[in-house]
Write a protein that binds this ligand. Sequence first.
Ligand code: MEV
Length: 324
Amino acid sequence: MRMVKVSAPGKLMLFGEHAVIYGRPCIVTAVDQRITVICEEIVGDELSVLALDLGIKDYHKKITELGSGSNIPKEVKFVELALKNYRDQYGKIGGLKITTKSDFSSKFGFGSSSAVTVAVLKAVSELYSRKLTNKQLFDLSYKTVLDVQGVGSGFDLAAAIWGGTLYFVGGGKTIRPLKTKPLPLVVGYTGVKADTTTLVKQVGELYKKERVVVNNIFEIIEMITKKASHSLLKGDWVKLGMLMNMNQGLLESLEVGSDKLSSLIYAAKNNGAYGAKLSGAGGGDCMMALVDGKNTGTIKKAIRKQKGEILDVQTGAEGVRIEL
Ligand code: MEV
């Protein structure tokens, strides 16, 4: 029986969250915390899922019934829909066992669902000796994410597939690698799990109420993101930090900040960070601060004092890869 092991990285959104949903660019970096998926052929005609990190011990579904029924646990929806979409597009698949394991908690907002989706599709296509291009893998993964949650720009899928640091335009219209040095970031987790779909809808409501104003906010976020891509390429951390602060101010104006995010962001800024902002949908999850090597320790301590959890991550990690 054949078996394939694949891993894909999580991500941090550096610039342009929310605006990217409205066709503007964003910058995302893959982090060195990965999700591993083992995809094995098994006898029979069932999908079996083992995802202990997500509390899934023994999930079974007939391959012919993938995606049907209303009782699919949230944690396996991405796996099941990914396999259904693969089958619909590329033909019959047999009995499969999928085992997932994560280096990081799904609470952090590092894009665990997207990394799992990418890893499952890469693994099943390798198992059936079908070489998908990165763009084919992206399109099938993006369809899966939209099938499951209805919203999303797909930036996290691009990070999981291509890795590195990317300049990305919504839906994958542009996916451009940015050759940068590793970013000196300190990442702090607020302890609050944010719900991306709710926050995207909340910004959508604001957009409906104040279309011109919100469009102008997105316009400035786009300007900041473009300038940030140049600063990243030059390694100009002073300017990049300033742009992070500006982006954070605009995210506050979209009302996706929170007391906890602000307390960690100000702890970092007041202790010498070049800049700091939330990363992702907002409302909780993580913030990040761009730091100078000399003050890293002080900034970490200040974030911990505000009850933030420091997450040690390196940026620009490798994209999806076959492990076995
Ligand atoms: C969430 O991590 C970032 C958003 O822009 C949503 C998305 O781009 O899919 C809010």
